[in-house]
Design a protein around this ligand. Structure first.
Ligand code: FO1
Length: 317
């Protein structure tokens, strides 16, 4: 299905989406994959422009990611953090020494007026990434989390308070005015596009802010290729992060059925885990593929990627 010239577009948040993107990149011909990435987790910290999801995708595709945490770099040293701690600086968001170079250089280039997409492309080239990694927009979008104690900026909610506050809702500041990355629009309209894969990312705070940018939902509805999501919920739990907790806080039972409900008519297909097989017949709308979706290593993520591509080939265009 993915012979020369065929293309695959993946939408990704952080760790889960990045792992599937790596699987796809490994089984596809070089350059066949475009990954559009959430930017609403981005923030300025210690004066530096941090783009956690873009960096997670970039490091994962470059094979330099910390496999344990799923974010940050492997073989990292922490001299900067230790020195900052000694000075009584802000240490709740951990920046490794090599990772720091990315934030410093990105901040410098943004200040010169370079676009986030161009900076990301340049970093990816330098790190040997052959897939195209696109920020969903070059404009600023910021997720705000409503909690009973007031609204929190995303990284405060996620890292500083470890996702502990109850979530009442989300706002994506800047999303309405943001312009979709033109390369993403081009990817959606490319006649060679075989499939759009929504990674096993959080539908509320990873894919949600991407879909809040005008043009993406329409583009997905319009594009001729099937749109397939991989459920981030397996056996009632999120593999990583607060997706299941957020569902319970909305009064929804965490399940692939709830994932199908979140994406609604955008989806042509949904990939769910073996453990949720019994759920398949309750899901109305998308075609369902049941397979092993947990990605513990290289082989599992490649096998899942192959499965998703085979499923896409079975779906009507
Ligand atoms: N996540 C954490 O849980 N703790 C951290 O200290 C942390 C630091 C960090 C530094 C750079 C980076 O690119 C990501 C980092 N993350 C950290 C991950 C991260 O912020 C979240 O996983 C995402 O925003 C959610 O997708």
């Amino acid at each position: 299905m993915t012979g020369s010239g065929r293309r695959v577009l993946a939408l990704s948040g952080g760790v889960g989406g990045a792992r599937l993107a790596k699987g796809l990149a490994d089984v596809l011909p070089a350059g066949a994959l475009t990954v559009a990435v959430n930017v609403a987790d981005d923030f300025v910290h210690l004066g530096l422009a941090i783009s956690p999801d873009l960096d997670t995708v970039m490091y994962t595709l470059a094979d330099v990611v910390n496999a344990e945490t799923g974010w940050g770099r492997k073989d990292e040293s922490w001299t900067f953090m230790a020195a900052l701690e000694q000075l009584g600086g802000e240490c709740w968001f951990r920046l490794g020494d090599a990772d720091l170079a990315v934030h410093v250089e990105r901040t410098r280039r943004l200040a010169l007026g370079e676009k986030l997409g161009a900076i990301t492309a340049s970093f990816c080239r330098r790190l040997g990434v052959t897939s195209e990694v696109l920020p969903v927009s070059d404009d600023k979008v910021a997720t705000m989390v409503a909690t009973p104690e007031g609204e929190l900026a995303f990284q405060d909610y996620f890292v500083r308070y470890r996702c502990e506050p109850e979530t009442l809702g989300f706002r994506f500041l800047g999303a309405e005015a943001a312009r979709l990355n033109p390369r993403l629009l081009a990817a959606l309209d490319d006649p060679a596009l075989d499939v759009v894969v929504i990674g096993p990312s959080n539908p509320f705070v990873s894919i949600g802010p991407m879909l809040a940018i005008p043009g993406l939902s329409d583009g997905l509805m319009r594009c001729r290729a099937p749109v397939i999501a991989v459920s981030p919920i397996i056996g009632g739990r999120a593999v990583k992060g607060p997706a299941a907790k957020m569902m319970r806080e909305r009064g929804i039972e965490p399940s692939p059925l709830a994932i199908a409900g979140e994406y609604g008519s955008l989806l042509d297909g949904l990939v769910i885990d073996e453990i949720d097989r019994a759920e398949a017949e309750r899901i109305r709308g998308p075609r369902i593929r049941v397979t092993e979706t947990l990605m513990r290593g290289e082989n599992e993520r490649r096998r899942l990627a192959q499965d998703v591509l085979a499923f896409a080939a079975e779906l009507p265009r």
